[in-house]
Design a protein around this ligand. Sequence first.
Ligand SMILES: Nc1ncnc2c1ncn2[C@@H]1O[C@H](COP(=O)(O)OP(=O)(O)OP(=O)(O)O)[C@@H](O)[C@H]1O
Ligand SMILES: [Mg+2]
Length: 559
Amino acid sequence: MLAEALRTTAKIGGQTAIILREGTSRTQGREGQRGNIEAALVIAESVRSSMGPRGMDKMLVDGFGDVTISNDGATILDEMDVQHPAAKMMVEVAKTQDDEVGDGTTTAVVLAGELLKKALELIGRDIHPTLIVDGYSAAGEKALGYLEKLAIKVNPADKNMLGKIAKIALASKILAEHKVHIADIAVTAVLEVAEKSGSQYRVDIDDIKVEKKPGGSLTDTTLIQGILLDKEVVHPGMPKHVKNAKVAILNCPLEVEKTEFDAKLNIENPDQMKSFLDEEEKILKDMVEKIATTGANVVVCEKGIDDVAQHFLARRNILAVRRVKQSDMEKLAKATGGKIVTNLDDLTKNDLGEAKLVEERKVSDDKMTFVEGCKNPKAVSILVRGGTERVVDEAERALHDALCVVRDVVVDPRIVVGGGATEAELSRLLRIYSQKLSGKDQLAAQAYAEALEIIPMTLAENAGMDSVNSIMDLRSKHHNKQRNVGIDPINAKVTDVSKLEVYEPLIVKVQALKSAGEAAGMILKIDDIIAASKSKEGAGGGPPRGSEDGAKEEGEGEF
Ligand SMILES: Nc1ncnc2c1ncn2[C@@H]1O[C@H](COP(=O)(O)OP(=O)(O)OP(=O)(O)O)[C@@H](O)[C@H]1O
Ligand SMILES: [Mg+2]
């Protein structure tokens, strides 16, 4: 390696030492900082127009020509294939927001962008970035404190209120027209899987299985009190409809196991052949008998089911599906109250799950098995329908947001007013706070306060309102103690949005402030970008670009 010509050098103990490999690019100081901030701003700008109920959608075309149409900040950025390291950090903001709370991804990214934009102005006025970072961090802490005070406590089991939250999360999405129906499904699904421990609830969103099938319309989207398996009944002779189902949930194959080593069998006459086959048949028949004696009338198997076993199951009037995904098996066990059995010998009556109805139905072109009417199911399914594949895909993402916000409120039952009202109020409070400060701290706190106004401003802009006038109006109303005044993009008005029932979970806002602040701080603290050369790698022994991409494609294909 040392033989390679290295470029950047330094004097160490009077000697010139080579530090960085040739081709390494280095951008330092102001130039580096500006480059980073500008790249991050491009990202924030790219999602800005999608915010709010009047936001636009984005059409993203990937390297294979596949088209995604979305309004979801995290999805848009994920599809964008961002290269710049600072811009990638903005993408991570959206991802964290999505993972943690499921909504508010656009808000977090836009806010991070505005914090950086204001910081750039301060840097231009010769304020050191470290001071800005410290000032932002103090202002951020204050804002979180104010936010908690602005929060409204609610009843986590109040379906009506949860529905309002879900409707607001859906307001900006493709399925906004059907938000009442979808919000209702989201609320019922989350409350169904919520588990109470003490005075609090726990909700695992993974207990809600979302299956999508293009066809029909968004209004055909339904909640199933149980599990929907994207599998058909294995044998035509089996019943397609079983009432009062007793479900055996097996993760062992209903097949004669093949030996792991090579074995030779010498068959010398037809009788031997027949007895060999009979023996195999007997093993499979015994398996089916074992299942039948427990009283099971449905078998759901993670592994394969031999043709002969299928035949015996059909004779016993047992409905069976095979090769079910592991994650579905777990959900099925939760939904039906059954147990996953790994060894058929252990199967007893008590392991069987229960469902009112197991039925194979045709959905679009595919046959699916519905396990419905489970008593007190701890896992449920939602079948998303819609005109085309793209509509169903975006509907699924919107449903994810709705499920997440309902979960957020059930887990932490505090909400805040949306429509930029909360951000405007925080901005006002921070301005008052900044008056107690002096010098550069004050400037940083003021910049933070101003940055928060980007949320109502964007909502106004996207609604075609005069954004400067709207912000002035908003400020003066908040100054007059009208803390619930925000932007109503639908009627293009600055008004009390709490009257329009625009609410969001507190934790969505908390997370947005946290991740935006952290990302802005991190980007601001970088003053030196040292990037290894790419072309050198391609020419040398390193993996050529093509193969790198190839590896990525392979990985992606798996999911
Ligand atoms: N009917 C409404 N009136 C006023 N404001 C609304 C209304 N519906 C939604 N909003 C506001 O729109 C903003 C949310 O917009 P949007 O859902 O596009 O972005 P996000 O939640 O930040 O990100 P994403 O949903 O992409 O993860 C919130 O500030 C919310 O209060
Ligand atoms: Mg949203």
